[in-house]
Design a protein around this ligand. Structure first.
Ligand SMILES: Cc1cc2nc3c(=O)[nH]c(=O)nc-3n(C[C@H](O)[C@H](O)[C@H](O)COP(=O)(O)OP(=O)(O)OC[C@H]3O[C@@H](n4cnc5c(N)ncnc54)[C@H](O)[C@@H]3O)c2cc1C
Length: 418
């Protein structure tokens, strides 16, 4: 079978990898680089060349079974990364944080003294322990009742300090969404990610960075065409036609691994309901800036954790800054930072790179939308399917991208057997 996969983020790469075992896969990407690595930036650090992933992504052993299996199969090595963090007010004062001691696959968190020095920090500390240990059980006690994370926290008596100074600032920056969207995330999704007991499993990242991931996974495709974006998919009797600016090409099957909001315009005219469903999914814009401006960091250098969260002056929004020297062993010498959702811009002389992203935002209504989308994709006689991190009800992370591509692989195989 001749199969086109449109989009080379993790979902498209994973679809190409799995479908490429049996079929002739053409991977199409509109960027001049493979999508997952398209925003990375090259730096020279103490005379060494360093490729900095933008964004710097990490994952946990217990939340990413499909991703880890894929990486292992493709020979992508991973390494533990210290992802300890500090939480800071807008003036740079730290109110919560910990450092870690890594032991094998686990880590021992060592809380900063500040966690015990005032009432607010102590409340956050005790609620955080309770949340990691108890929230899964509390969620089960709801017996299927769907709550947002904010409703969940108030139902079970978590403090406002824990919500507004801990969970929401972290969740909104990690998911590059507004605080309001973070509060409206389904409790089930947030708890499924954050709370799997007090296990303290170390975060992982690809040993050789995202470039190694894209190089290895794109080998699944027979051909990779960059700077190529089909404008429209047309269903014909036995084939699927892709229309490009400068021509057309026929395939037996097509997988659309573009983000939902970019997929709508290229889907076949017949996919009216799919387009309606995709347009219900919300996206929020975000920015990632790489720089060397240390004014983004806490006042006290002892609190310079690998990930430093900072609140805005009025506390209504948050930003996260990664100290790249602590997460990239090859980064030596001068400190380099990567700030997600910056509230202000770094000084011009410290600026290195800026990338814009759009990220899906999941809420309680998404469950119905995504369930219907999945049902439509399971219908027989299809030749075009969709996958992507947006397509799984939960947090749109790398794992969702891989797991939805595995669904597509199954549907493609079923369509061939029929
Ligand atoms: C700041 C930030 C930090 C993050 N950190 C983490 C993390 O630590 N861990 C984690 O698990 N996840 C993280 N994520 C989320 C993760 O990066 C995404 O979930 C994942 O990359 C989405 O993959 P995807 O394949 O679904 O979509 P995308 O990566 O968006 O890929 C879609 C591709 O389709 C291409 N495309 C679109 N239209 C066309 C067309 N017509 N023709 C050809 N190509 C097209 C696009 O150019 C793009 O390359 C982070 C995201 C951001 C923004």
């Amino acid at each position: 079978m001749k199969i086109a996969v449109i989009g080379s983020g993790i979902a498209g790469l994973s679809a190409s990898w799995y479908l490429g075992k049996e079929h002739e896969v053409t991977l199409l990407e509109k960027h001049p680089l493979v999508g997952m690595d398209a925003h990375g930036t090259d730096l020279s650090s103490n005379g060494n060349f360093v490729r900095v992933d933008v964004p710097f992504r990490a994952f946990k052993r217990n939340y990413y079974p499909c991703l880890l299996e894929l990486y292992e199969e493709a020979g992508i090595e991973v390494r533990p990364v210290d992802y300890s963090f500090s939480l800071n007010y807008g003036d740079g004062t730290t109110y919560f944080g910990f450092s870690t001691l890594g032991i094998g696959n686990n880590f021992v968190p060592i809380p900063y003294l500040v966690c015990f020095s005032n009432k607010t920090s102590r409340r956050i500390f005790s609620d955080a322990i309770r949340f990691y240990e108890e929230s899964e059980r509390e969620l089960h006690s709801l017996d299927g009742e769907q709550l947002t994370i904010s409703q969940f926290l108030s139902r079970f008596g978590y403090s406002i300090e824990f919500e507004d100074l801990y969970l929401i600032p972290m969740f909104s920056t990690i998911n590059t969404c507004t605080s309001e969207s973070a509060k409206n995330y389904p409790a089930e999704a947030v708890i499924g990610y954050h709370s799997q007991g007090l296990k303290f499993l170390r975060f992982l990242t690809p040993l050789k960075g995202t470039r190694d991931v894209t190089e290895k996974l794109s080998k699944g495709a027979s051909s990779v065409r960059l700077s190529t974006d089909p404008k429209k998919i047309v269903l014909e009797k036995d084939k699927v036609k892709l229309l490009f600016d400068n021509g057309e090409e026929y395939f037996d099957r097509v997988v659309v691994a573009a983000p939902a909001n970019q997929a709508i315009s290229i889907l076949p005219n017949e996919y009216t309901r799919e387009k309606e469903l995709l347009s219900k999914l919300k996206y929020e814009a975000s920015e990632v800036v790489t720089h060397s401006d240390d004014s983004f960091m806490p006042k006290n250098k002892k609190h310079w954790a690998p990930m430093c969260f900072s609140l805005s002056q009025d506390g209504s929004s948050a930003t996260a800054t990664i100290l790249l020297n602590k997460v990239l062993p090859s980064m030596k010498g001068k400190d380099v930072f990567q700030t997600w959702n910056p509230l202000v811009q770094p000084k011009e002389e410290n600026f290195i790179s800026r990338s814009k992203f759009e990220r899906p935002v999941i809420d309680l209504a998404s469950q119905k939308t995504l369930a219907e989308l999945k049902n439509l994709q399971e219908l027989p006689d299809r030749k075009v399917w969709l996958c992507g991190s947006y397509a799984r009800y939960g947090i749109p992370l790398l794992e969702a991208g891989v797991s939805t591509s595995l669904d597509v692989k199954r549907w493609v195989e079923q369509s061939i057997k029929r």
